[in-house]
Write a protein that binds this ligand. Structure first.
Ligand SMILES: [Zn+2]
Length: 252
């Protein structure tokens, strides 16, 4: 049994060492803001150039739906709260995780409750950034639809996606995005959860209008003061209005 209270479920991101573009350029703070910097004073800022799908990141419905929620529009209260951990063992490369696999894992975890985030363990994160990582297990659409039927509000997986790599119809993505459920890809460190089936998950992205994805820090809080209902968390948030991002003009 793990005694730590918070588990980091994200891969570290090191600029210049990721397989996808992620470059940073250091600049003096005085080049950005009206501040005074002495000649040798360490007072820095950065310009960043990156692909937004790198490392552990969340994909919003806007990724494959022109009318889907972006990072700013997605209800922030669904990005933290109780999460159910579904363990489907150590599936071999290319395994199609189906409806029965998810149902059985959910049963072992005490069932998926409405409003929960679902984190799926496959052990695949050990292969992150290796050629074998692409041969990850994938998830049939009917199983994902069933999880959405149970009331799942976000899904996290230990691989680079939920889709069979050769898919052109992207049914597994649509099973989530058509019903407003974002997908967290490239979870890490799931073994640190031990045999936990319930944690409190914090997977809140930056509120960036017009973007469909961004890296996030995913934290699992073990043994919180209470494993309350999803509504306990959500009724304690002060919400603010979210302007539209103009999805009709932007590309899908
Ligand atoms: Zn992605």
């Amino acid at each position: 049994m793990n005694t730590k209270q918070i588990v980091d479920l994200s891969h570290p991101l090191i600029p210049g060492k990721t397989s996808r573009k992620f470059n940073i350029q250091q600049v003096g703070a005085e080049t950005v803001a009206p501040v005074q910097r002495l000649a040798d004073q360490w007072y820095i800022m950065h310009n960043i150039e990156m692909v937004n799908h790198i490392g552990t990141h969340v994909e919003m419905p806007y990724h494959l739906r022109r009318d889907g929620a972006d990072l700013l529009e997605f209800p922030v209260e669904r990005t933290l709260g109780p999460a159910r951990v579904l363990d489907i063992g150590s599936p071999p490369p290319g395994t199609a995780v189906g409806l029965d696999d998810l149902k059985q894992a959910a049963r072992r975890a005490g069932g998926v409750q409405p409003g929960e985030v679902v984190l799926v363990r496959t052990g695949w994160s050990d292969r992150f950034d290796t050629p074998e990582y692409l041969k990850s297990p994938w998830f049939r659409a009917e199983g994902l639809s069933w999880l959405v039927d149970q009331g799942m509000v976000m899904l996290g997986v230990e691989s680079g996606g939920v889709e069979e790599l050769s898919s052109t119809t992207h049914e597994s993505h649509y099973a989530l995005f058509d019903r407003g459920v974002p997908l967290i890809e490239n979870l890490a460190n799931m073994q640190a959860l031990g045999d936990r089936k319930q944690v409190i998950c914090v997977c809140t992205p930056l509120a960036i209008g017009g973007l469909e994805a961004f890296p996030i820090r995913v934290l699992a809080i073990l043994d919180p003061w209470t494993l309350g209902s999803p509504s306990w968390f959500r009724t304690r948030l002060v919400k603010r209005p979210v302007p539209p991002h103009g999805g009709s003009q932007a590309g899908g």
